[in-house]
Every structure is written in C-alpha cells, then in structure tokens.
Design a protein around this ligand. Structure first.
Ligand code: PMP
Length: 678
C-alpha cells in the first residue's frame, strides 16, 4: 500500500496563498492533485496542511473536491507528515510538496519502482538533482519514517521532513533516481510571482490540448520558446532549504546559551541583572547569552565560542579581564579581610588618589553602582540649594529621579517624574528653555559631558555658565568618561571643571565601586544628608581601584587606548566608504568609546539592519552591541580582526539593502529598542 502525502500550506513568505491561486480557472493545488492521481502505483492521496486558521481554505477546497485532508503542525512538518501517515496506515509514503504543479506521474512511478525493486528505506530524486526543480518526489517506508521522526532533531530536519534520511546513509538504505541529461538547472517550482507566471504559461500552452502533458511536452515547449524559461531564471534552487541549513549552523553555535537562557528565565526575570546584557540587546537564537570566562580582551561563551570583547562589560573593563596586577591586589586584600566593622585605611588612600587625579575632586565618597553616585549627587545638590528640580542629559542610572524621565518609567511616582527635565546635547537653548520655565527651582544640571557627539561651540562652558547663573550646581556624570577619556576624566580632557562629578565603571577594572567627588564646599554637606550603606567601604573593590588607578598613572593606558580607537574609527569610516554604506551606518564618539549608529536603509528599518549586523558580528567572534569600549588589552591585532570582520559584514549589509534580501540572511526576529537616550 502506497499513500501519497502532499504537503500544502497557504502561508508562504514570497508568494502568499500560492497553492490556491487559479491556473486556467482551477486552484494550482487541484491541478497538482490531478497530475499525482495519474500515477499508476499510488493507492491514495492525502493533503497534509497545518492547523493554522490560514489553512482552513485548503481543507475546504479538498473537502469540496473529495480529497482527504490531514491537519498538523505548521513548523514541525516532519511531525505533520508522520501524523498524517499514522492516520493513513501504509507500507510506504510518497512525499510531494504543494509548490510543484508540474509534478510528473511517470517520474513518480519510476521512483516507486526503483524503491520497491531495491528494497530501499528512502528513495528520491532530490538527494542528487538531475530532474527539473519542481519534479521532486521522495518515498519512505513506514518503518524508516518512524525511525526518522524519532531521530531528527535539527530545526531544518523537522521543517524540511527528509534531510535526516539522506544525511544518514548509515541508518537508511537510500535509493537515488537519476536521469540524463542533467536538467536540474530548470526551475519548474512555484516560490515567486515569476514562477507562477511561468507555470501558468506552460498550462495555457499545453493543458487545453492535453491535460496529461508530461515532462517531455514541457521540454519540447521550452525548446521552441526560449523566452519562457527566462521568466523565472534568476532564482536559485531550493533557497528555502539552503537558508534553513545555514540557520541551523547559527543556532547550533549558541545551543548551550539558549538552554541556559531558558533555565535562567525561570528564576531570573529576563535571565539577566542588566538590561544591556539581556536578550533585549542580543537577537534570539543567533547570539551568545552567557560568558563562561574571560582573559585580557578575549571572552568565551558557555558554548566555548571565543570572542574579542568590545563590550568590555559595558565599559567597566579598561585594562583587560582578569588583569594580573588587579588580581594580585585583590588577592592580597582578601587575605587581610573584605569588609570591616570600622573604616579601613584603604578608603582614605583611594580617596586621596582621586583627589590627586580629578580636577573637581577635593573630597570623595564611595558607592557601589554608578546609580548610587548619581543619586547621591542629586540629593546633595538638592540639600545644598534647597531646590527640587533637576535637568538631565544622557543616561544616569536606574533610580526614580532619573529613570522617571525616560520611556521606561513604570513604577515611578508622577510627583517624582515631574521634577526631572531632559535637555538636548549641544543645544544650549534647550537647557535655557528648561531652566527658564521654573526659575530658581533647579538644584542641579546633571549631564554626561560627552557621549556620541563631541561638544560644539563651547557647549560645556556655556552649560556651566548658564547653570551657575540659575543658582544650580553642575554635575558631570563621568560614569563612562571618567578614567577613560583621560586620567582626570572628561572634565580634564575638555578643561571644564564641574561642581560635582560621578564615576563608576572603569575605575576598578570591573570591581563594583563608584564615586561622588567634588568641591569641599558641597561635599561637606554629605555629613548631614543620608548617603550610607553597609558595603560602601568594601575593601576588595577599593584594592582593585587602587591597583587600577596606579596603573593608569604609571603606564600609558589611556594613550594606547586612544591610539587604537583612532585606528578603529578611521578603519571603519574607510570601510563604510568602500561599501557605500555611509547613509546606513556611521561611527562617532571618543576613540575610547566609539559607537556605531544604524539608520533606516532601503526598505529596512534600522533595527532590522542592526539585528543582521549583530547576528553576523557574533558569528565572526566579535562581541559588540554597537559600541567599542576599548581597553589597554586591545592591540593592533584585535583592531585588524574587527575591521576584517566588518569588511565582510558591510559587504553583506550592502547587498541586502540593495537587493532587498534581508529575509534570506536574517535568521531571527529584529530587536525592539528599549528606549532611546543617547
Ligand atoms: N551614568 C552613566 C553615564 C552610565 O553610563 C551608567 C551605566 N551605564 C550609569 C550612570 C549608571 O551606572 P550603574 O549601571 O553602575 O548604576
């Protein structure tokens, strides 16, 4: 007993509803069924479609025409095929797909003949292509089908039903139907609108005179009419399957990450402690989610893939992962104790070092996260000025006073939100407007002295002047720029000294510590306000800070970072020019922290472009989410590797934008942005 199972679905990314489209007034699927039923050696036919509502129309069409239908999984097509087989017990199952309206019954009979005579488990004319694309047929014994259904694990094997059979000749006895001459370059399948046009023309020319026209008649027609084949010549064979195979390779690469993410998400919301390290920034299935270890500028994910790290723990690493000098200082401190019942002298030593290095610093307090420092600075400014309002520019952490001013403000009381006012970088008038609206009500202006753009036309000087004219304090949030732009931070780099400044990230090469520093006149008030927590004087992080700051002072750390960064920026700009991608991508910022910016390009929005960039960049062993947070560990070699990877990726992005072929290359959903700040 042989049952033909014809897979058909109405959803198709390239030509939706194709199987229902009429050719000479009859649905394409019915034409194909008519042809299949002409085969002598099949006993019955079942259409296997999905349970999706979009496939209701297929079921209706079949019922109306008295064709058996089975409905199963849309994605796991192997399961759908297997369940359809169980519902129609047979010795062998012939597999056909609904995109082949030129199916040839005599080819089907030849295949069945070969299969039975050779006692094969699986036979086809697709493992070795010699027939026109669109005359594909495959047959599998019921025993082999069950074995394949149990064994096939890869997504492509489930989606494309039979690769597991022909990829495992050690498990299955394989029969191959071939013919000469090799006609595999001919495209008779229907994936695109042009294919449908081609097939329709064939039907119009042959069907009215001979509804049973076969392969020979089609070849004859094409010989006589060369322009016919040109209609759909530009498409390559089995694009869908090739894409699916490639997708498997990407997904395989991050298998353990994916499993770990699923496990983590059961006990940790988002599976991460930091938005920027979560799946909100790393496209699903094509990204690493967990790092197992790191050394210098190299990191290894849980699947064992190696990367050059340009995220550098969101800028917290300035020297390199597991820096030996920092490790030594930490180990020494650990032997002495971690945290004590009274302050440890190391607090004073590190405070003195910061006073020595940072222009605005006369006194210093420590926190753990950047948010501790910025929130402490705001409280201090409010207490000093006895005013409540705050003007902000940039990102300043997770606390109510700041995050209430962003789109991620759930849980922040309206009364708090109302006190924070954002202004625009390099737009002094925007600050002026904000301050003017509530005269004498602003406690401070908190800003990142620089992010993507350099200050223009004395912007920082003007901000300082305007802030002071309004009786407010100027706070530079140097959580990123501090100990990165120069040893004394952006304030030293640009020569503009604020009243207070906050630091975090790079000051201890990854250990959790942050700083509020400022003029003594203001900092003295710290004795009155409340800024106090158990771990404030934790000595391990302070010892890491001491070792890091010492290295900054004694070795050309930031000079070397800036040199590499300049090379990186000029290299990326050259590549953008080479690939004519300047409209779609740009790079900006300080050399130690250069950022790629993606724009809409062709018919794609920036998130689609960025997601494809990320998919490809991770696959090439580069860890970046668009920023390049350089450390002392990044040398010329790493910059060259980055540029070589970008060269290939930019070439692909250009092709995708030009041809509109994102669909073929992106194996996941585009990212949805969290919020836009910088
Ligand atoms: N300010 C700036 C400029 C930052 O970049 C960050 C962190 N990205 C913060 C403040 C907050 O620091 P944290 O996440 O350590 O609380």
């Amino acid at each position: 007993m042989i049952t033909a199972i014809l897979q058909a679905r109405a959803t198709s990314s390239r030509l939706p509803g194709k199987v229902l489209k009429p050719i000479l007034g009859k649905a394409m699927l019915l034409h194909q069924i008519e042809r299949i039923l002409r085969a002598q050696k099949i006993d019955r036919l079942v259409v296997a479609t999905s349970t999706e509502a979009s496939d209701d129309a297929i079921e209706e069409l079949c019922e109306k025409n008295k064709v058996a239908v089975f409905r199963g999984s849309l994605e796991d097509v192997l399961d759908r095929f297997y369940q359809a087989a169980l519902a129609h017990p047979s010795d062998h199952y012939l597999r056909l797909t609904g995109d082949c309206p030129l199916t040839d019954p005599s080819v089907i009979d030849q295949l069945i003949d070969l299969h039975q005579k050779g006692s094969f488990d699986y036979s086809s004319n697709v493992e070795v292509h010699t027939y026109p694309d669109g005359l594909d047929c495959e047959i599998v014994s019921s025993k082999a089908l069950e074995k394949g259904w149990r064994g096939a694990k890869l997504k492509s094997e489930r989606e494309h039903v039979t690769p597991y059979f022909y990829h495992h000749p050690e498990l299955f006895k394989l029969g191959r139907l071939k013919q000469t001459p090799d006609l595999s370059a001919l495209r008779w399948t229907v994936d695109e609108a042009e294919d449908f046009e081609f097939v329709t023309k064939i039907y119009e020319a042959l069907y009215p005179k001979n509804p049973a026209f076969g392969m020979e008649a089609i070849l004859d027609l094409l010989n006589k009419n060369e322009s016919l084949s040109k209609i759909n010549q530009r498409f390559t064979r089995n694009e869908g399957f090739k894409k699916s195979m490639k997708k498997d390779l990407y997904f395989e690469r991050y298998k353990k990450s994916q499993v770990m993410l699923e496990r983590a998400q059961k006990v940790i919301p988002l599976g991460s402690q930091t938005f920027s390290k979560s799946r909100t920034q790393y496209p699903s299935g094509v990204s690493p989610y967990f790092i197992a270890k790191a050394k210098g500028c190299r990191v290894w994910d849980v699947d064992g893939n190696e990367y050059i790290d340009f995220v550098s723990s969101l800028g917290a690493i300035t020297l390199g992962h597991a820096d030996p000098d920092v490790n030594q200082a930490v180990a020494d401190q650990m032997r002495e104790g971690v945290i004590f019942s009274l302050p440890h002298p190391i607090e004073t030593r590190v405070a003195e070092k910061i006073v020595e290095m940072v222009p605005c610093a006369e006194m210093v307090r420590f926190g753990k996260n950047g948010s501790d420092a910025t929130s402490g600075a705001v409280r201090l400014a409010r207490a000093y000025t006895r005013r409540d309002r705050v003007a902000v520019c940039g990102y300043h952490g997770w606390q109510d006073w700041y995050i209430g001013s962003t789109a991620r403000s759930q849980g922040v009381p309206q009364a708090v939100k109302d006190l924070t006012h954002a202004f625009v970088y390099n737009d002094i008038e925007s600050l002026n407007q904000v301050l003017k609206k509530h005269p004498d009500e602003f406690a401070c202006v908190v800003m990142e002295p620089m992010s993507a753009q350099f200050p223009k036309d004395g912007f920082l000087e003007k901000v300082k002047e305007l802030t002071h004219q309004n009786g407010a304090l100027l706070v530079f949030d140097e959580v990123i720029t501090g100990f990165r732009f120069s040893n004394g931070g952006a304030q030293e780099y640009f020569g503009v000294t604020p009243d207070l400044a906050t630091f975090g990230k790079g000051m201890a090469n990854g250990y959790p510590i942050s700083v509020i520093a400022g003029k003594a006149e203001y900092m003295k008030l710290m004795e009155e306000i409340f800024f106090s927590f158990t771990n404030g004087g934790e000595a391990i992080s302070l010892s890491a800070a001491e070792a890091t700051l010492k290295k900054l002072q004694t070795q050309p750390v930031l000079r070397q970072i800036a040199t590499q960064g300049e090379q990186l920026i000029s290299g990326v700009n050259k590549l953008l020019e080479k690939h004519s991608l300047q409209e779609a991508i740009s790079i900006s910022g300080h050399p130690s922290w250069a950022l790629l910016t993606f724009k809409n390009a062709g018919k794609y929005d920036l998130n689609q472009i960025k997601t494809l960039f990320l998919q490809e960049v991770f696959a090439k062993g580069i860890l970046t989410i668009g920023s390049h947070n350089l450390g002392y560990c990044h040398r010329e070699e790493e910059i060259h590797q980055l540029l070589a990877a970008y060269d290939e990726i930019f070439s692909l992005l250009k092709e995708v934008v030009e041809k509109g072929s994102l669909d073929q290359h992106l194996f996941t959903q585009p990212l949805v942005p969290l919020f836009k700040i910088r």
